[in-house]
Write a protein that binds this ligand. Structure first.
Ligand code: PA5
Length: 445
């Protein structure tokens, strides 16, 4: 069984011919990704990651996770963008919803830093960490990103103060480029255990490297199953004809909708554990496709919560959106609605039924309403929320993203636009080397 894609509920808006028109092109793009012959081909190392990663590499990650688990009750993962969202997405999807309380989980609590520059966030993080046994996993491909560098400087200092420099060394893991960047230099100098982010894998495609796998293993999840799921989707998407191929059909359908003026895609879930899967997906698609004045704008909602807020817009606002729903077929737990003798809330008609049965009818009712309201709907069904199907989902979205970006005729693997804010920030902060930019920007203020 694999994750499934249905596009039938888009067919009031685009014809099957308009979707299938991309058949040959998408197959050609898939081959270009696999052979490394398309745009940005220096960065397609992720295509083969699931089948290339060795048992030995996975064992090394697991062994490192185990030694950290023995030492620390909290692991702070420091990173931003692609060096953060994949781990956060998988860990949140698999964690107990209330694991910040004591839920009996013996694995360290994974916290995150370096994904913002909020003084209050960092103050409060340092404040709780001063009394805890913690470790640090610092992740940066370039090794020079400002946000994680600031957080690392603060947390390293606190850790060394708490446990001494020697022990701190044992509790810090660095994941970075094999040879370049300030973080590599620091790691070598301090003698930290390190993992390498391969040169040909960009940040947003790096969740199946140690970048994602180490924090996921520390949180107690089965990284071998995750990789197995990704490999299953790698093989399936490579061997399956367009008509049945979820990744190619997803890439084709969203481009057919885009051609019809649907410029916004909303990824919707009915399980809040998927909130960060959507954040990861937004980076993947937004950063890969949003360039050269083109691209579908990726947005996300958590249903049914957001049906009570954004639901209004989706139902009746500008008709420029389509929706992709991730639905989990089978929940991991069972809760039934109790009977109440007074029935003052009028809910006895649901007594004895599963909560998930109500959730599924909310989903179906919403899909029908949104389609009637002019919002085409795609639906991705995951059989269950576990490591294996998350692995499938990750690979499905990645490979579809590569194909979709090629259909759009952009280089899906660069991100020139993210430099603009950095250069302004450095100019404003008067970073050495930015004297010209500082002068120019001051004139604008
Ligand atoms: O996808 C990307 O390339 C970016 O989001 C990066 O992952 C992000 O900017 C962090 O970069 P680095 O890992 O070099 O610190």
């Amino acid at each position: 069984e694999h994750i499934k894609l249905s596009f039938e509920k888009t067919l009031n808006f685009v014809s099957k011919e308009e979707i299938f028109k991309f058949k040959e092109e998408s197959q050609k793009h898939l081959t270009a990704l696999q052979k490394g012959t398309g745009k940005g081909n220096d960065y397609v190392g992720w295509v083969d990651l699931p089948s290339q990663i060795t048992e030995e590499e996975l064992n090394d990650i697991e062994a490192t996770a185990l030694s950290l688990k023995e030492k620390v009750e909290v692991l702070v993962v420091i990173g931003i963008g692609g060096s953060y969202l994949g781990a956060k997405a998988v860990n949140d999807a698999l964690a107990h919803s209330f694991d910040q309380l004591n839920t009996g989980d013996e694995n360290p609590l994974v916290l995150y830093a370096g994904q913002n520059i909020s003084e209050d966030y960092l103050f409060e993080l340092l404040d709780i960490l001063k009394d805890l046994d913690f470790g640090i996993c610092v992740i940066s491909k370039s090794g020079t990103t400002t946000e994680p560098a600031i957080s690392f400087r603060l947390l390293k200092e606190l850790l060394e103060e708490n446990v001494g420099k020697e022990e701190a060394r044992e509790r810090i893991i660095a994941i970075t480029d094999a040879s370049k960047g300030a973080l590599r230099t620091l790691a070598v100098q301090e003698g930290y255990k390190t993992f390498v982010i391969p040169d040909d894998v960009g940040g947003r495609f790096s969740v199946l490297t140690p970048v994602g796998l180490l924090p996921i293993a520390v949180a107690g999840h089965d990284i071998k199953e995750l990789v197995k799921g990704a490999k299953s989707m790698q093989e399936y998407s490579s061997a399956t004809a367009f008509e049945e191929n979820p990744a190619l059909l997803y890439a084709a359908t969203r481009n057919a909708l885009y051609a019809k003026g649907k410029g916004i895609e909303i990824l919707a879930n009915y399980n809040p554990k998927l909130h960060y899967v959507a954040e990861w997906w937004k980076q993947l698609y937004g950063e890969s496709e949003g360039k050269e004045n083109k691209g579908i704008f990726p947005a996300s909602v958590d249903f049914t919560s957001d049906l009570h807020s954004m639901g209004q817009y989706i139902q009746e606002g500008q008709r420029t959106i389509f929706e992709t729903v991730i639905s989990i077929a089978k929940p991991n737990h069972t809760v039934t609605i109790p009977k109440d003798k007074d029935n003052l809330d009028g809910l006895n008609f649901l007594a004895g039924r599963r909560i998930d049965a109500v959730n599924k009818m909310a989903e179906l009712g919403t899909q029908l309403a949104h389609v009637d309201g002019g919002v085409p709907n795609l639906r991705i069904e995951m059989p269950q929320l576990n490591e294996f199907y998350l692995g499938e989902l990750i690979y499905f979205f990645e490979i579809a993203c590569g194909v979709s970006g090629y259909i759009l005729d952009v280089n899906p693997f660069d991100q020139p636009g993210v430099e603009a804010y950095k250069s302004n920030m450095f100019a404003l902060l008067e970073k050495p080397g930015f004297e010209e930019e500082t002068k120019k920007i001051k004139e604008k203020l």
